[in-house]
Design a protein around this ligand. Structure first.
Ligand code: NAP
Length: 446
């Protein structure tokens, strides 16, 4: 990989990159099938990604005609890498085995190791024979919607495809590695004003938040809407509040520390609730919720923005869903894409039907949505919430930080990039967007 890295750092033309020999193996972060039971019987919080995520060399798989190899300069930690590394709710090897049965190319994925990671920025180094729009030398980011475009179900919103998968979670050869194997229809232009690590942290969470709030497939949000965003400085939330601000709405950010409150204020979010200071006890015990606590929370939201929220941006799941359904305004929408605190959800259905509310499920984004969300990053209208950077060798620690909710925004991981700050091709746009704004989360996390 040294030759390839040097060529990328030297800005070698695509033709030169295409002629460099490919390595037989590459460095990657992976979990092992024979360790999938290592945390059995333990509490979720005690399961430690530092024990299950390994970094080592794996063989380079053959390239399918519709794929590209990407020399990964940087990647990011997403919560799905946490799920894979703690083998919850299921070990991800079952996904790989199912993909393995689908086709000759799918069979490559069913291995005894799973290379994880669902975000990347880097440079295309080879393309398969069927790839038209991308060539070696192209600087790219990668979105994680892995879709078989020969399946008819993939053609009216590809996220609805019967065999839609999340790359690096439900497929092998993910982004936390020096080389990634991706379908050409996962590629998007790298934002020219951002460094490799700033570029790498956006695609997954940005596209998900875009679909939930901006796309017609999501809530969607209108100007003037009040939008309650749980985890408003987290991976999803830090994009969600930016979309609400950009779209002429009023975000109400919920976070759990004074430091996060200050960060949101700096980002321009005025209405913020510190859920730890508020000490909301939505659950009296493991099985019973406390409606008076939902009411207290709702009163605090109304106290900040005058009305109940038109939209609730949901992802914590079991812990918050009862409160989310309760606080949404009459006719409002709860848009949800996850359940970090538990997926067996309980809410009071009377509040849903009597007040004509809607719960809308959402999952990642189709290529068009991911592309449009990426374009907003490229234009400097959405900022990268990069707060910390780890080398690939410390990927376990980086995932541990996210698992234990010790981070803000997104954690970047340097793969081939030897240091932070490389890869900025448009310093003028960077200056126009504002160094202070681009590095807000990084300075805060430092
Ligand atoms: P993240 O960076 O860890 O942020 C989540 C935020 O949620 C945290 O910052 C935390 O904020 C808040 N939170 C955590 N537990 C909570 C609880 N019990 N009650 C209230 N708030 C809580 O993770 P993320 O990247 O935003 O992802 C969040 C979830 O969405 C994960 O489960 C992930 O797997 C899922 N996800 C799904 C998709 C999809 O396409 N379906 C895409 C992306 C992510 P405070 O502590 O500051 O309140």
């Amino acid at each position: 990989m040294d030759q390839i890295l040097q060529a990328v750092l030297d800005g070698a033309p695509g033709e030169a990159l295409a002629e460099l020999p490919l390595p037989e193996s590459y460095r990657a972060a992976f979990v092992r099938r024979d360790e999938a039971q290592m945390f059995d019987g333990m509490e979720s919080s005690a399961k430690d990604p530092r024990k299950s995520l390994h970094v080592g060399d794996v063989p380079l798989p053959e390239l399918a005609p519709d794929e590209a190899y990407v020399a990964v300069m940087a990647s990011a930690i997403n919560f799905n890498t946490v799920w894979t590394s703690i083998f919850e709710p299921l070990p991800t090897f079952g996904f790989l085995d199912r993909l393995g049965k689908e086709s000759r190319w799918g069979a490559r994925h069913a291995l005894d190791y799973h290379v994880v990671g669902s975000d990347a920025s880097g440079v295309v180094i080879r393309t398969g024979s069927a790839v038209r729009n991308w060539s070696p030398g192209d600087k790219v980011t990668v979105h994680c919607n892995h879709v078989d475009d020969q399946d008819p179900s993939a053609h009216d919103d590809s996220i609805l495809a019967a065999n839609q998968r999340i790359w690096g979670f439900e497929t092998n050869f993910g982004g936390l590695a020096d080389v990634a194997v991706v379908k050409a229809n996962q590629l998007m232009p790298k934002p020219r004003h951002l460094s490799w690590e700033e570029s790498a942290v956006n695609a997954l969470c940005n596209s998900t938040a875009y679909r939930m709030l901006v796309s017609h497939n999501g809530a969607p949000m209108s100007q003037g809407d009040r939008v309650l965003v749980w985890g408003a400085t987290g991976g999803l939330g830090s994009f969600a509040v930016q979309y609400v601000l950009n779209g002429g709405g009023t975000p109400i950010g919920v976070v759990s520390s004074e430091s996060k409150v200050a960060l949101l204020h700096e980002l321009g979010v005025e209405a913020v609730i510190d859920r730890r200071a508020g000490n909301y006890q939505f659950w009296k015990d493991e099985f019973h919720q406390d409606e008076s606590e939902w009411r207290r929370f709702g009163k605090d939201v109304r106290g900040l923005v005058g009305e109940d929220p038109d939209i609730v941006f949901e992802h914590p799941g079991r812990f918050t869903m009862g409160a989310s359904v309760f606080v949404a305004k009459r006719g409002g929408t709860i848009v949800t894409c996850a359940a970090t605190s538990g997926y067996m959800i309980e809410y009071d259905n009377r509040h849903l039907w009597m007040k004509l509310k809607t719960i809308k499920g959402s999952h990642f984004a189709n290529y068009r949505e991911a592309w449009d969300a990426n374009a907003l990053v490229c234009e400097g209208k959405i900022l990268p919430p990069l707060s910390a950077v780890y080398p690939l060798t410390e990927v376990g620690e980086a995932a541990y930080q996210v698992h234990r909710n010790l981070h803000e925004g997104k954690i970047g991981v340097l793969c081939l990039a030897p240091e932070e700050g490389l890869g900025i091709d448009d310093p003028e746009l960077r200056a126009k967007v504002g160094e202070d704004r681009i590095t807000l989360f990084r300075r805060h996390g430092a």
